[in-house]
Each structure stands twice: as structure tokens, then as C-alpha cells.
Design a protein around this ligand. Structure first.
Ligand code: AMP
Length: 547
């Protein structure tokens, strides 16, 4: 029989992270390239805490936000977005981070589905807000994340962030409540159908941040200077806005400017030691460094995830620039971290080529995440580094369901989340992704739904059947290839199909290649066999790549 211990049952509260940073790392800075004018802004964690308390007062008293209500952000990485992370969750409400790259129709749907009461947005998104505001009936307040001198950029009736908080004192008693209460909401469109909301709790975000701070995970530490290029609207910027103040690391926020020269300037001027983001960003920076003969000597490590780490990128940064490339894997439903790649002591004597093979794996399981690999019938497969199967996960920062009950079929009866990735595990816990069972394409870190593209194409008079598969692309990791079986009597006309799709899907969804097939491969259940299509077009090269 167990006996009850005497440890305090103190709930894990997000507000405690910032309180700790203010007390113990008060002068450590958050440096922001302001989204509204590109200027550099600096403030310490102490001042950030003071401003966040002003914000919490304003949310409660001026905007009348109550516990559990959702407040949305459409914003870049900045000190104000950081304050919103803490102010909204800290006072008991839920921060809903919105991906501005989504189609406006989907944005409206999402804000309504989330039940958002207020939206904070950066100046860059003023035209977007003017387009959607009248359709978002539930949103009571729109707040421009700047001072009032920029308010003329938007026609929608708005408050400015600085005016909003200026009226309130920096005294606020952070409430203590159930650590399992929702703190954040982030929608994933990484599957088919409507996006699904993942609700993070105070507990899950804190446990995830503590895991991030371990030496073999992110482990930035108080001497580290972290620049998250990964946006704060993508899975809490991989937990970095929680992990850095917890460990006292300096944060450098790039605002709206993610291009090679702007990122390079910040890396140099702020002596950044650690950066995190998707491969496309590092490809852009690499091109800039090589063309302009620039260096990034302060940078020690790059955490790269969201898509597989390309071998050429790994070699270029490690061999030419002396930067350690560290691959991570995870997903919105996992807060996101599941695996991070760190070579083990036993690999010290391996040759460079052998080490590269290890570094190209998605990484080793982070403590806290349970994983199993199963076959089509649900039988568990051995960790032998060869048996590929469906990846299922569970753990205290893995979602157990979606907001408003969507997507129940993503979870097994015995409580595991089905990731939609196919992989094998080896005896050291290194996972290698070999395929994806979900029907989506990930391009430059963003999702394209194959099914939405196919449905759009099906309306074209010449199309009998349309199927979209992702094919490798050197810049975007993956781009859509559309395969079409024509109706009888029609001639192939890719331009007419592209033109037809243009009005229906975002521009960046348009397929980079359209191929025509005499007979679509169809499986026993009448579905198009995407696996067969991937085989047929295994060596396909997109026209722009050829050029
Ligand atoms: P998201 O929920 O948008 O963060 O996307 C998560 C998905 O991105 C995963 O399920 C994988 O399919 C893919 N992904 C993330 N990291 C990697 C990686 N290192 N290698 C390959 N695929 C990845």
C-alpha cells in the first residue's frame, strides 16, 4: 500500500515563470525588432513583468475578459506578444494564437470557433483585420499592438496596446487556480477537414518548458541568447517563450522581418548563441551568408524542426560555419517537442559520415513523451531501427482531445494520440521518420490540405479525377504535385486548371506541377492510391527546379 507524501500540492501556474524571471533575471533582456517600424526595442524581464501586470488589469477591467475566455493574437514575435502570452494566461483566460498565413475565410471561421472576445494584432495585419473584422461578430475589441501614432493604418475601430495598458497600475495579484485549466489554444491544419484546436494547460506548458531546459533538449541557460525564428503562432514558438524566462536566457524577437539580411543583422548585433526555426528559414539565411561572404560566429546551435533537416543544410552550417545543427520533431498536439537529436558519448569515435547519418534522424525521445510504433493492425513493433509503423504518443504535454470535441478518431481507445507520421525507433530511442499517413503537404513549415486542393480542382470542367501528392522541393522541402485524369474529349491544359484554382485557394497552395494520367490508380475501397502515385512520380522534378 502506498502512503501519501508531505510535498506541497502547489499548482503549476504560468504567471510564476514570469515572476521568477522578474525576480532572478530582472535585467536580462527581451530584444525586439518592432513589427510597426523595424526599430530595436529593449526591455528586461522585470519591466516585462510590470507591463504584463498592467496588461492583465486592462484585460480584466477595460476589456472585461473573464476566466476561461479566449483572447486571440495575430502577431509576430515581439515583447508585446510575449506579454500577451503571460497576461492572458496569467489572469485565467486563454491565449489563442492565430496563423496569419491562413486564408481569411478560415481565419474568420477560427476566430468564431474559438469564441474569441478580443483580437490583438500587429500593424502588418491591418489590411487583413479590415477585411475580416465585420464578419467576426463575437469579437468585441480589436487592439493594434503598437502606440496610438500607428492607429491610422487601420479602418476598423481599434484601441492601441500602449494606450490600453498605460491607464492601469503594475499591481496585479496573479490568481492561483487548477493547473489543468486551459492557458493557450492553437489550431492545427495538419490534417484534413476544418482545423482542430489544441488546448494547452498551465501544467502542460510548464512541464514542457522544464523538459526543454534540460541539457540534451534545448537547454539554453542564463548565458544563452535565443532567437526564435519559429513564430509565436506556431505551437507557442516551440515553448521557447516559456523555457527562456524560466532559465533566464535572453530572448531576441525578430518581429516581421524574417529575411536573410534582417536575421543576420540581429544574430550579429545581439550575439545570438541559439536559434530555432523550420529549414526554409535556414536555407534563406545560408544563401545570404554565402552570397555576401558573411559569418555568424556567435551562433553555437540551430534547432531545426517542423520538417526533416536537409543533408545539404546540415553539412553547410556545420562544415562551413561551425554551427551545430540539431534536429527536433514534434507537433502542435505535442506542445510540440517529442524528439531532439543529440549524439551520444558512444558516437564520439564515429567517422564524420556516420555522425551525419545519426544527425539526419529526427532525434531521441525526450523524457516525458511515451512512444510506440504499431503496424496497420495496431500491433506494437520492435525498436530495432528497421520496423516502420504508425507513430503513437502520450504524455503530460500531449493533447488528449481537440477543442469542442473534434477529431476523436485521432486517439486510440487505450489513450494514445495517433500522429499520422510513420517511423522506426532504434534501441537508443532515436526515431527516424520514413513516411506520413496523413494526407497533407508541408511546405516551408505550413500545411496544405491535399483534399481541399483536389475538391477545388474537381469543379473544373475537364477534370474527371484529381489527386495531390507532396514531392520533395529543395527550397520548400515539399510542394504539391497535382495529378489529373481528364474527362473524355478534353485536352490537357494546365494553365486553365491553375487559373481556375487561383480564385479558390491561397496563392501559395497552387500546385507547382500538374501531370496528366490516363488511368488513376484506385484501391479496393475505391480510393485513389496515393502510395502508388508517389511511386509513379518518385523521380518527379518540379519545372521551377529544373529551370
Ligand atoms: P505541426 O503540427 O504543424 O507542428 O506539424 C507537425 C508535423 O510536422 C509532424 O507530424 C511531422 O509530419 C512534421 N514534422 C515535424 N518535425 C519534423 C521533422 N524533424 N522531420 C520530419 N517531419 C517533421
Amino acid at each position: 500500500m502506498t502512503i501519501r507524501a508531505h510535498m506541497m500540492d502547489q499548482p503549476l501556474m504560468i504567471s510564476d515563470i514570469l515572476r521568477h524571471a522578474a525576480n532572478c533575471h530582472g535585467e536580462t533582456q527581451i530584444i525586439t525588432r518592432l513589427p510597426e517600424n523595424g526599430e530595436i526595442h529593449r526591455q528586461g524581464y522585470f519591466q516585462t513583468h510590470e507591463r504584463t501586470k498592467q496588461l492583465a488589469n486592462a484585460l480584466k477591467k477595460k476589456l472585461k475578459i473573464k476566466s476561461g475566455e479566449r483572447v486571440s493574437t495575430i502577431a509576430w514575435n515581439s515583447h508585446r506578444h510575449f506579454e500577451l502570452y503571460y497576461g492572458i494566461s496569467g489572469m485565467g483566460a486563454v491565449i489563442h494564437t492565430v496563423n496569419p498565413r491562413l486564408d481569411p475565410k478560415q481565419l474568420i471561421w477560427m476566430l468564431e470557433h474559438a469564441g474569441s472576445k478580443a483580437v490583438f494584432f500587429d500593424k502588418t495585419f491591418a489590411p487583413l483585420i479590415d477585411g475580416i473584422a465585420k464578419h467576426c461578430k463575437g469579437v468585441k475589441n480589436w487592439i493594434l499592438m503598437s502606440d496610438k501614432s500607428h492607429l491610422d493604418c487601420v479602418s476598423t475601430k481599434c484601441l492601441s496596446y500602449e494606450e490600453l495598458i498605460a491607464d492601469y497600475p503594475a499591481e496585479f495579484d496573479w490568481p492561483v487556480f487548477d493547473e489543468n485549466a486551459a492557458a493557450g489554444l492553437c489550431y492545427t491544419s495538419g490534417t484534413t477537414g476544418d482545423p482542430k484546436g489544441v488546448l494547452y494547460s498551465h501544467r502542460s506548458n510548464i512541464l514542457h518548458a522544464m523538459a526543454c531546459n534540460s541539457a540534451d533538449v534545448i537547454g539554453v541557460g542564463s548565458r544563452g541568447v535565443m532567437l526564435p525564428v519559429v513564430p509565436m503562432f506556431h505551437v507557442n514558438a516551440w515553448g521557447i517563450p516559456y523555457a527562456c524566462p524560466m532559465s533566464g536566457a535572453t530572448l531576441v524577437m525578430p518581429g516581421a522581418q524574417m529575411d536573410g539580411p534582417s536575421i543576420h543583422e540581429l544574430l550579429e548585433s545581439e550575439n545570438v548563441t541559439y536559434v530555432a526555426g523550420v529549414p526554409t528559414v535556414w536555407l534563406g539565411l545560408l544563401e545570404y551568408l554565402q552570397k555576401n561572404n558573411k559569418r555568424i560566429d556567435s551562433v553555437q546551435r540551430v534547432l531545426i524542426g517542423g520538417s526533416a533537416l536537409p543533408e545539404a543544410l546540415l553539412r553547410a552550417y556545420e562544415d562551413e560555419y561551425g554551427v551545430e545543427m540539431q534536429q527536433g520533431w514534434g507537433m502542435t498536439e505535442m506542445s510540440p517537442l517529442g524528439t531532439v537529436n543529440v549524439p551520444l558519448p558512444k558516437h564520439d569515435d564515429l567517422s564524420r559520415e556516420e555522425i551525419i547519418k545519426i544527425k539526419l534522424k529526427q532525434g531521441r525521445l525526450v523524457y516525458g513523451v511515451g512512444m510506440r510504433i504499431v503496424d496497420d493492425e495496431g500491433n506494437e513493433l520492435p525498436w530495432d531501427g528497421a520496423s516502420s509503423g504508425h507513430v503513437q504518443v502520450r504524455g503530460p504535454w500531449v493533447s488528449s482531445g481537440y477543442f469542442r470535441g473534434a477529431g476523436a478518431d485521432s486517439f486510440t481507445k487505450d489513450g494514445w494520440f495517433q500522429t499520422g507520421d510513420v517511423a522506426h525507433l532504434d534501441g537508443d530511442g532515436y526515431m527516424t521518420i520514413t513516411d506520413r499517413s496523413k494526407d497533407v503537404i508541408k511546405t516551408g513549415g505550413e500545411w496544405i490540405s491535399s483534399i481541399d486542393l483536389e475538391n477545388a480542382a474537381m469543379g473544373h470542367p475537364s477534370v474527371a479525377m484529381a489527386a495531390v501528392v507532396g514531392r520533395p522541393h529543395p527550397k520548400w522541402q515539399e510542394r504539391p504535385l497535382m495529378v489529373i485524369q481528364l474527362r473524355e474529349g478534353f485536352e490537357p491544359d494546365p494553365n486553365s486548371i491553375l487559373e481556375y484554382l487561383s480564385g479558390q485557394v491561397p496563392k501559395w497552395w497552387l500546385p507547382d506541377g500538374i501531370e496528366f494520367i490516363d488511368e488513376m490508380p484506385i484501391g479496393a475501397t475505391g480510393k485513389i492510391l496515393k502510395t502508388k502515385l508517389r511511386e509513379i512520380y518518385a523521380d518527379y522534378v518540379f519545372p521551377d527546379v529544373d529551370a
